[in-house]
Write a protein that binds this ligand. Structure first.
Ligand SMILES: [Mg+2]
Ligand SMILES: [Zn+2]
Length: 188
């Protein structure tokens, strides 16, 4: 899907710690990819409310040799199958496969993944909600002109405790389900 038909609008989600359980040892295969409670239903609810969903995710496990693109594809197949079974839709997934020393322009907190989505959907990201659990998600969203939202799942509770001054007024929700409810209510 491309062009201006964004319905109620685009919503950009981080993956690990927002949709699925994060792991300090990396999420390396489909078995380790386990949805957080209510996250799949939240995506379905956003879809039903007319939102267009995209995922923007750092996946440095590829650069670190912990898993390959094929394993990532099986994780995303599982995610999309679960979302589909719940009646939802994720329209686009963009990932950064690079490591911290690769000097790429897509690894969050850089805005490259968000800029890829802006080009794909042919839209400005001004006012586009971008939901993440880590400071780098908020920084990347802000750098791309989107509107960062923090959830307390994953690294989120820790992130909230040490939130830099410039982010103290952003919306914070317990999880993706709560953030989705707020976005849906706000869309009416
Ligand atoms: Mg995350
Ligand atoms: Zn990258």
């Amino acid at each position: 899907m491309s062009g201006a038909n964004l319905g109620n609008g685009l919503v950009i989600l981080d993956r690990d710690g927002v949709i699925n359980r994060d792991s300090d040892a990396f999420v390396k295969n489909a078995d380790e990819w386990q949805p957080l409670p209510g996250s799949i239903e939240a995506i379905a609810a956003l879809t039903a409310a007319g939102f267009t969903l995209a995922v923007a995710s750092n996946q440095s496990g590829i650069a670190r040799g912990l898993f390959d693109q094929a394993a990532l594809d099986t994780m995303h197949h599982k995610m999309l199958q679960l979302v589909d079974a719940a009646g939802g839709r994720i329209n686009k997934i963009v990932i950064c496969p690079h490591g911290p020393d690769d000097a790429c322009d897509c690894r969050k907190p850089k805005p490259g993944l968000f800029e890829q989505l802006a080009r794909y959907f042919e839209t400005s990201l001004a006012g586009v909600p971008a939901i993440g659990d880590a400071l780098r998600d908020l920084e990347a969203a802000a750098a791309a002109g989107a509107s960062p939202i923090l959830v307390r799942t994953g690294k989120g509770a820790e992130t909230e405790m040490a939130l830099p001054e410039r982010f103290v007024n952003i919306p914070v929700y317990d999880d993706l389900a709560a953030a989705a409810r707020a976005l849906i209510e706000g869309a009416h």
